[in-house]
Write a protein that binds this ligand. Structure first.
Ligand code: MEV
Length: 317
């Protein structure tokens, strides 16, 4: 029997970085997914083939996480080992990962991979609850980066628009079919390094950072009202305000600034999404300005238009 599960990537609409320090963030899933297919093996091996990052492992059950290279495969080994142990399974497992989420550019591919893998392996033994899958997905992500907030995995499991804070997630009850243009700076970034840089900024500027968290809280409050009213002009304006905050904590780059300036000429608003230091920007559009914005951005970057995915984690057999 094969067990197939898929999970969507995400964008952070508002509140990245500040979420690590206790502020609410607003996220949504995008219509690009990672699919994990698992199958039990008679031999006591763990085989993982990932088209995301193009890597392959064929390991003994006793393999130690710290010895695994490339490093990004470690969470998948952890998920496989822990799930087999939980269900007292002596056989091995093969996991195949396929992805249409571009990797390493802040669109949540690592989190979606952890969610899809957890759900797919657990699916071999009858499904677990979404909450249990989320718990294991976050625990496995933290093998790579212990400060990760859990926001990306949470939205990938539940889908749609959510708020996320350390106290948990809340679904935003809206079927607003926001259209976003996602443009890639093609600058490689490490979420871990950028988050650590912001931590340093916070430590050096404690009072200022506390004030900025308050300002970010106010932006988030206004965003929730604008979503309720389906007010794109206001949402776009708040995106630009949020971008100013991200610039103040030094996570923007000249290239990201250029993309944002270009997108802002025709869209409702634009900002970095995710860690910054490279990665992507998002730009809010509707049918009145999508084509022009896309055409302008295409002259200077790789970009595509995305809708919100309202499904989240899903299974197929
Ligand atoms: C990364 O996608 C978002 C950050 O806020 C880090 C996190 O929430 O774990 C920068």
């Amino acid at each position: 029997m094969k067990s197939v599960a898929s999970a969507p990537g995400k964008v952070i609409l508002f509140g990245e970085h500040f979420v690590v320090h206790g502020v609410k963030a607003i996220l949504c899933t995008i219509d690009k997914r990672i699919t994990a297919t698992s199958q039990l093996l008679d031999e006591r091996k763990i085989r993982i083939k990932s088209r995301l990052g193009n890597a392959e492992l064929n390991l003994d059950m006793s393999s130690n996480l710290d010895s695994i290279s490339p490093k990004f495969m470690r969470p998948f080994l952890h998920i496989a080992k822990e799930t087999l142990r939980e269900f007292n399974e002596n056989r091995g497992v093969e996991i195949i990962l396929e992805s249409d989420i571009p990797a390493g550019i802040g669109l949540g591919s690592s989190s979606a991979a952890c969610v899809a893998t957890t759900a797919s392996v657990a699916g071999l033994f009858g499904r677990k609850s979404k909450e249990d899958i989320l718990k294991r997905a976050i625990e496995s992500e933290r093998i790579i980066f212990e400060d990760v907030s859990g926001a990306d995995s949470s939205v990938s499991v539940f889908g749609g628009l959510i708020t996320y804070s350390k106290d948990g997630i809340e679904k935003i009850d809206s079927k607003n079919d926001l259209s976003l243009i996602i443009a890639n700076s093609n600058q490689i970034h490490s979420t871990r390094e950028v988050v650590l840089k912001v931590k340093e900024f916070k430590n050096k500027n404690e009072k200022l950072f506390a004030e900025m968290c308050e300002q970010e809280n106010a932006i988030i409050k206004n965003v929730l009202s604008a979503i309720k009213e389906d007010n794109l002009t206001s949402l776009g304006f708040l995106m630009s305000k949020n971008q100013e905050m991200l610039e103040k904590i030094n996570v923007s780059t000249d290239r990201l600034d250029l993309l944002i300036r270009e997108a802002s000429k025709t869209s409702y608003g634009a900002k970095i999404t995710g860690a910054g230091g490279g990665g992507c920007i998002i730009s809010l559009v509707d049918e009145s300005n999508a084509a022009t914005t896309l055409e302008n951005l295409r002259k200077i970057s790789d970009c595509f238009i995305s809708k919100i995915d309202f499904e989240g984690l899903s299974y197929s057999q």
